[in-house]
Design a protein around this ligand. Structure first.
Ligand SMILES: Cc1cc2nc3c(=O)[nH]c(=O)nc-3n(C[C@H](O)[C@H](O)[C@H](O)COP(=O)(O)O)c2cc1C
Length: 394
């Protein structure tokens, strides 16, 4: 029996990742901005919502499949874009994309990924989205749109919650900055995690593969590249830029990082076919509303006009069921699969997806729901809302 066989939930995978990864790498996945209040709030918000099951329903067949971006997906959760997966395991983005494809769900590649748009496309025939930011150099955005189109990506995700970088203090403390500034303790810790170190030195040198050609053009190393990238992030993007990106892409587009119903309306007006209700997993604005708390207002504002997805804090199938009952079409998960990747590469990612899939099916059966369409707000009790409507005498 391997350690992976003994992982029964996402928290078990988190513990395994913590054991295999040097602290700086683990904290880069696990941490959030400043006091990490929003990151914790994402989890707490799920605990505030309780499920009300229906009994004596034939649940011998439960089917959690749905569609997202016009693609059929077997599971109501997808892979959120995250950067630099090669830092955690040499299987990196290719391994995650393959595991997602085998599980029948959609993989999202980050601009900041360590594998190129084209290499990910070649490694898995599953559904795929490419995530971009607003770049100062509009030609770079156009280049990404063209490359995603040529490589037959199904959707584009425009992340809008990074007008400036979040303040992640664990990373500052650990020297996980660009360029890296690992102190002596950090280097000793890396040496202590010899399995990870061996994998890392045997693997091809990590690069930010989607901008690799720009590195070559600039004849730059990773530190000057980081300056180049930081310089490329635009702090002056507006809804007009989102509209022009939507027009240029012309296909399914999600705007990711929306937390206000008015912004959700503006996203639809700008041409988005989906919004992702997200606070970047609590990695950007600490103090921001939990995704699950923002969801109902956004569903009410635009749920009949476009797809609404949610991410942030999902660690259990029951969290996914709650989000869907509250009106999300599907969810994205970030850290759950990164813990799997950090613990055991592609096999660990597959384990994370299998755990979430089997939990989702089991919770649906226990809820008396044979399909996602059986889940709605009548399946939920919200402690805070219930208390306030009680106070109002409703
Ligand atoms: C290590 C890490 C790197 C991330 N990198 C990106 C990124 O490059 N682009 C992006 O849009 N979101 C990025 N995110 C945010 C995720 O897409 C997603 O919103 C978040 O992880 C969801 O919360 P969860 O981790 O609790 O599931 C990253 C998240 C993590 C944990």
């Amino acid at each position: 029996m391997t350690a992976l066989d003994r992982a029964h939930n996402i928290e078990d995978l988190r513990r395994l990742a913590k054991r295999r990864l040097p602290q700086a790498m683990f904290d880069y996945i696990d941490g959030g901005a400043e006091d990490e209040g929003t990151m914790r709030g994402n989890r707490d918000a799920f605990c505030e919502v309780s499920l009300i099951p229906r009994q004596l329903v034939d649940v011998s067949k439960v089917d959690p499949k749905t569609t997202a971006f016009g693609c059929d997906i077997d599971l109501p959760f997808m892979i959120a874009p995250t950067g630099m997966s090669a830092m955690f395991h040499p299987d990196a983005e290719r391994g995650v994309a393959r595991a997602a494809g085998r599980s029948g769900t959609l993989y999202s590649l980050s601009t900041m990924g360590s594998t190129s748009i084209e290499d990910v496309a070649a490694s898995s025939s599953g559904s795929k989205a490419f995530q971009i930011y607003a770049f100062r150099d509009r030609a770079l955005t156009s280049e990404f749109i063209e490359r995603a189109r040529s490589a037959r990506y199904d959707a584009l995700i425009l992340t809008v919650d990074v007008p400036v970088a979040g303040n992640r203090e664990r990373d500052l403390r650990n020297g996980m900055t660009l360029p890296p500034a690992l102190g002596l303790m950090g280097i000793l810790d890396i040496a202590r995690h010899w399995r990870w170190s061996l994998d890392y030195v045997r693997a091809p040198r990590m690069t930010l593969a989607n901008v690799a050609h720009r590195i070559a053009e600039a004849n730059a190393d990773i530190s000057t590249l980081s300056g180049y990238i930081a310089n490329q992030f635009s702090s002056s993007m507006t809804w007009d830029d989102a509209r022009s990106i939507a027009e240029e892409w012309g296909g399914p587009l999600a705007i990711k990082g929306v937390l206000h119903p008015d912004d959700a309306r503006r996203a639809v007006d700008a041409g988005a076919s989906a919004v992702v209700v997200s606070n970047h997993g609590g990695r950007q604005l600490d103090g921001a509303i939990a995704s699950m708390d923002a969801l109902p207002g956004i569903v009410d504002a635009i749920g009949d006009r476009c797809e609404v997805f949610l991410d942030g804090g999902i660690r259990r199938g029951s969290d996914i069921v709650k989000a869907i009952a509250l009106g999300a079409k599907a969810c994205f998960v970030g850290r759950p699969y990164l813990y799997g990747l950090g613990a055991a590469g592609e096999a660990g990612v597959e384990e994370a997806l299998t755990i979430l899939a089997s939990e989702t099916r089991r919770v649906m059966a226990l809820m008396g729901a044979t399909a996602l369409g059986d889940l709605d707000r009548t399946c939920l009790s919200h402690r805070t809302l219930a208390a306030s409507s009680h106070q109002r005498g409703e």
